[in-house]
Write a protein that binds this ligand. Structure first.
Ligand code: G6P
Length: 562
């Protein structure tokens, strides 16, 4: 029997003595079912968590669960457990606002990391349009500004109120509204602000004449899916958020239980696997109705656990057919929304663990599981000690100017910086060969998520060539997510950074730099954080983006598979 209760052909084992194994491996409540968390290792971990009273204590928001060093932060970070109650209070005002702003039917969400990832999953899953801006790419932002401006409602979401990308989007939209002939009062009507009480953005929002929603301040960004950060933009875009809150509420009672507790089962499975050396989690959508949860869970898991040289690396796999879902140090987790009765979870993948159930309950179950896994592996799941490193480098670079770097060589539309070899294929082959035996490769693309979307195909090609976990992140979005793990987690990463020429820049009103310079400084700042750690970093700069992406994909396809 496999260690997580699934057979090697992906069919749950239910022959011989393993007859009830599959059934035993299912922990379900409130529509959430966690399959495959019944192995001996997991059972021991679960028993020790139960012995320490963790489930009930966590539901009671006991801040002592992660040790004395984590206690102060945990005291102000456990509101996510029942935040859905407070979020309900927002619903009448949101309904009114939707009617009042019915003419603004193009909703743009400016927000980084925890301030945009949940609304993106919610709206994608429910098929509701929402334009998410979590980029500094000038072409992507210019395209958003040019799209139905007079009908655009911009939700500016930032917990701290000080995030440079979000502040820059706010400035660019304000300028665009005013330039289009709107009065300041009219422009203000096009903004909704979501922030923590007392943040600088609260003041700015009022000054702009925006609608201001204050979020639960005792919930950290990556745990904020069911707070105003998840609820406000989703509701304004047209989602029935009450349903999501109901789904979470229904799950809560089970989370304090010693058995029949899906959050505990998932957390114990992830934590036990990490302790046993399986510290990468491949997240695969099983195709049963939840779209993009992996991108949200990626931030939750990476930023919560990747620190002190420890952590769980989330690896988002595009489809059940994509390469890289399995590996000796990988736990394969499929995620879905509506497992048919008697259906086999996994959507064609051979999962170690399968999590299936409604989205609102998934959010709460994954948050609970991450906090539990954090205790198992011995880290503080609520801080992010290394996120500021790249930000500080970026600020310094913006003040001092971009580093003067010349490429090792240029091949076609690609300038190659770093690595060894005298052709693109050789450099890429060398990068892949150099991946640590317990390591991973991260592709970090500071490009246009929409216009340059094909760059994402590099992940699957590299996974095939490397035979090791390969992640893909759009910069600067990943800096607010997996960036913490890259710097704070086990130092076994190799990095392929992709930057691109900017044809037409976009100024940031009130700032001495434009988006192109900010984007370049963010890429350079993160490069520095990695090279300072001695990690292998290759940078490919595309002098022509479309041609450069083609060339890169061709070079990757030519690498031998492992
Ligand atoms: O909501 P904000 O304050 O703008 O923060 C957005 C993001 O910024 C930081 O990088 C944090 O590490 C993330 O956890 C957070 O979600």
């Amino acid at each position: 029997m496999s260690r997580y209760g699934f057979g090697s052909d992906g069919i749950p084992e239910n022959g011989d003595d393993a007859g009830p194994a599959f059934a035993d491996g299912v922990v379900a409540a409130a529509g959430i079912a966690v399959y495959g968390a019944g192995s001996a290792d997991v059972a021991a971990t679960r028993a020790s968590l139960v012995g320490a009273g963790v489930p009930a204590k966590l539901v009671d928001k006991d801040a002592t669960l992660w040790g004395p060093d984590a206690e102060a932060e945990a005291k102000i970070r456990l509101g996510w457990v029942d935040t859905f109650r407070r979020s309900r209070e927002l619903l009448p005002r949101l309904a009114e606002l939707r009617t009042e702003l019915a003419d603004l039917d193009h909703v743009v969400l400016a927000g980084m990391g925890g301030s945009s990832l949940a609304p993106e999953v919610i709206t994608r899953t429910l098929g509701v349009e929402l334009t998410v801006l979590d980029t500094t790419d000038p072409a992507q932002i210019r395209a958003a500004l040019a799209d139905r401006l007079e009908r655009t409602l911009v939700v500016v979401s930032s917990k701290s109120g000080g995030t440079v990308e979000t502040d820059s989007h706010r400035r660019a939209y304000w300028q665009a509204f005013v330039d289009s002939g709107m009065s300041e009062a009219e422009a203000g009507r096009h903004f909704v602000v979501v922030t923590d009480p007392g943040s600088p953005l609260e003041t700015t929002g009022h000054e702009m004449g925006a609608q201001v929603f204050l979020a639960d301040s005792d919930v950290g960004g990556r745990y904020s899916a069911l707070t105003a950060f998840g609820v406000v933009p989703s509701a304004l875009a047209g989602v029935d958020v009450a349903e999501l809150l109901d789904q979470a509420e229904e799950l809560l009672p089970a989370l304090s239980e010693e058995s029949g507790n899906p959050g505990l089962a998932l957390g114990a499975a992830l934590g036990a696997a990490a302790l046993a050396g399986r510290d990468k989690v491949a997240l695969v959508s099983d195709g049963t109705g939840i779209v993009g949860l992996g991108d949200w869970a990626e931030q939750l898991i990476a930023e919560s656990t990747g620190k002190d040289g420890k952590g769980i690396l989330p690896v988002v796999i595009e489809t059940p057919d994509s390469p890289g879902a399995h590996g000796g140090d990988v736990v394969t987790v499929t995620v879905g929304g509506a497992q048919p009765p008697a259906g086999v979870p996994g959507g064609g993948v051979r999962p170690d663990v399968a999590v299936n159930g409604p989205l609102g309950a998934q959010f709460l179950a994954w948050e609970f599981a991450t906090a539990v896994a954090g205790r198992v592996i011995g880290i503080d799941p609520f801080n992010q000690p290394n996120v500021t490193e790249s930000k500080n480098n970026t600020t310094r670079i913006l003040a001092e100017g971009l580093p003067d770097e010349s490429p090792a060589f240029t091949e076609g539309a690609i300038e190659v910086h770093g690595g060894s070899g005298d052709s693109l294929a050789a450099v890429l082959g060398g990068l892949v060969d150099g991946i640590d035996s317990h390591g991973y490769l991260a592709v970090l693309a500071f490009l246009d998520r929409v216009g340059d979307a094909r760059a994402e195909q590099s992940r699957a090609l590299l996974a095939t060539a490397a035979g090791r976990p390969v992640t893909f992140g759009w910069g600067p979005r990943y800096l607010h997510s997996t960036g913490q793990y890259h710097k704070g987690g086990p130092q076994v990463g190799s990095f392929l950074q992709i930057t691109g020429a900017v044809a037409v820049d976009l100024p940031i009103p009130g700032k001495p730099y434009g988006f192109a310079e900010l984007q370049a400084a963010q890429a350079a700042g993160d490069r520095k954080a990695m090279t300072d750690r001695g990690r292998p970093v290759v940078r490919l700069h595309l002098t022509d983006r479309a041609e450069g992406i083609d060339q890169l994909l061709r070079a990757l396809a030519s690498l031998p598979a492992r």
